[in-house]
Ligand binder design. Structure first.
Ligand code: BES
Ligand code: MN
Ligand code: ZN
Length: 503
């Protein structure tokens, strides 16, 4: 998708589809008013009869006299006093879906020009670009007839804004476009089936991303993982014939910061993102039930979000250092698989009694969390489809956030709201650690039914030592089930917005 700005008067803009906003009770935005005047009241007439201005509502008006655009798409913005970034994003999605369905190749939207208290024009343009990427995303990689999926022709979007706002809007579009590009990569990787998106495939994808986006990439194989003594990660990998990989991707932007422009990069080392990369989670010997098991191809969505965020950061050329780390393998039952009661030794030297082989995410992440100590990170964020319990607690709206660091929590909550990619903090009190007590090892890998998302985070906290750390449980937010089954690209917006806030 190609983004630009447009500063002509709305009625003079030549385009296949011009999107203008209308609030509830027929209150026109300035662009809608300009179009209405040029078309001698055609918008007001439509608003009286066919259009209520409800949030998400749309109406297409064709060939209006005095208006250069071939079509005007009215987009409902709801009550004026409730106008918010969320409503704007929904209106952008609704109107661009209409434009995509019309089959037009380009469109102009005046929605980001509508002012609001909660978001400046840069943020509004960013949200518009993310919405455009969201609406035009299609997954067709695994269809025999790709044409049948039908990629929308819509390839160019211009935002109509005031001349004085054009620079800021363009900055927002660049950010939104990079986020959309990162989300699209994360969604593609998530949606690919387990027989295609294997640990080896993720390793190859990392190398490709390294070549196109100037990242330093290392893909460690089983031998090298053994040399690092990642006994816990390897124990999960053993149950599968697919070889495990340990992927390290480094984006080094701190040194290439343009002289005199932008603030100094975050002090004290790189930000490290660690993504769970289970390319298929059958549960192992603690086998999962058959119903819905296909969705466990999404158990690498944490890894996918690390890939996507690195792509976004590299596209933006942010002046900071970011390292992506992905332990990746399958979790399958076999004659070599982990068995309940097995005790493994982690890279940290701590031992773990595996009481449930389906709690494998923490078993691969713990060794990655030990590995990243070497980078002396400014902060480490791990991202994982870790627990069904997090879905029970927060549903599909909020990602679970766990950290001991109140300042980091507040920052992440703030940027998550800004990015419309919300997180909700859950507790990490020491008292929960008692549930991980084992009679045979330093800890068990499960803490029993109560507070399952919390005890999983507690387990990880025992390995996240020597740096600021936060854990994101994206089990409920990384993909949608049902008839719209598919990866969401979350939390790429949150992570990119966090890194933008540091640069
Ligand atoms: N990948 C799953 C978590 C998951 C389950 C995410 C369902 C989204 C939907 C994870 O590896 C897992 O199986 N967790 C177990 C932990 C339990 C055995 C303590 C779970 O949540 O059931
Ligand atoms: Mn599992
Ligand atoms: Zn899993």
């Amino acid at each position: 998708m190609d983004f630009s700005t447009q500063t002509s008067a709305p009625e003079k803009i030549k385009t296949a589809a011009l999107v203008v906003g209308v609030f509830a009770e027929g209150v026109l935005t300035p662009a809608a008013d300009a179009v209405d005047r040029a078309a001698q009241g055609a918008v007001r007439a439509a608003v009286k009869t066919d259009f209520k201005g409800k949030a998400g509502e749309t109406l297409v008006l064709r060939s209006l006299p005095g208006v250069a655009a071939q079509r005007v798409v009215l987009a409902g913005l709801g009550p004026q006093d409730a106008f918010s970034p969320k409503v704007l994003a929904a209106a952008c999605r609704a109107s661009l879906s209409v434009a995509a369905a019309l089959g037009v190749a380009e469109a102009v939207s005046a929605l980001a020009a509508v002012p609001m208290q909660a978001a400046d024009v840069r943020s509004r343009a960013r949200l518009a670009a993310i919405a455009a990427g969201d609406v035009t995303y299609r997954f067709d990689a695994t269809f025999g007839k790709r044409e049948a999926v039908g990629r929308p022709k819509l390839a160019r979007l211009a935002l109509a804004v005031e001349r004085a706002d054009a620079k800021e809007a363009e900055a927002g579009l660049r950010e939104g476009s990079a986020i959309a590009s990162g989300m699209s990569l994360a969604r593609d990787l998530g949606n690919l089936p387990g027989n295609v998106c294997t640990p080896t495939y993720l390793g190859e994808t990392a190398k490709k991303l390294g070549r196109t986006h100037k990242l330093k990439v290392e893909v460690l194989d089983r031998k090298q993982i053994e040399a690092l003594k990642m006994g816990s990660f390897l124990s999960v990998a053993r149950g599968s014939d697919e070889p495990p990989k340990f992927i390290v991707m480094r984006y080094e932007g701190a040194r290439q910061k343009p002289a005199g422009r932008g603030k100094a990069a975050a002090p004290g080392g790189p930000v490290v993102l660690v993504g769970k990369g289970i390319t298929f989670d059958a549960g192992g010997i603690s086998l999962k039930p058959a119903a819905g098991m296909d969705e466990m191809k999404y158990d690498m969505c944490g890894a996918a979000s690390v890939f996507g965020t690195l792509r976004a950061v590299a596209e933006l050329g942010l002046p900071l250092d970011v390292i992506g780390v992905v332990p990746t393998c399958e979790n399958l039952p076999s004659g070599r698989a982990n068995k309940p009661g097995d005790v493994v030794t982690t890279m940290s030297g701590q031992t773990v009694e595996i009481l449930n082989t389906d709690a494998e995410g923490r078993l691969i992440l713990c060794d990655a969390l030990t590995y990243v100590e070497r980078f002396k990170p400014a902060a480490v964020i791990d991202i994982a489809t870790l627990t069904g319990a997090c879905v029970t607690a927060l549903g599909h709206v909020n990602t679970g956030l766990f950290t001991h660091d109140d300042a980091l929590a507040d920052t992440l909550i703030g940027v998550s709201r800004q990015a419309l990619d919300p997180v909700w903090r859950l507790p990490l009190d020491d008292e929960y650690q008692e549930q991980l007590k084992s009679n045979f090892a330093d800890m068990a890998n499960i803490g029993g039914p109560p507070a399952g998302a919390v005890t999983a985070a507690c387990f990880l906290s025992r390995f996240a030592k020597g740096y600021r750390w936060a854990h994101l449980d994206i089990a409920g937010t990384a993909w949608r089930s049902g008839k719209d089954k598919g990866a969401t690209g979350r939390p790429v917006p949150l992570l990119t917005q966090y890194l933008l806030s540091l640069s």
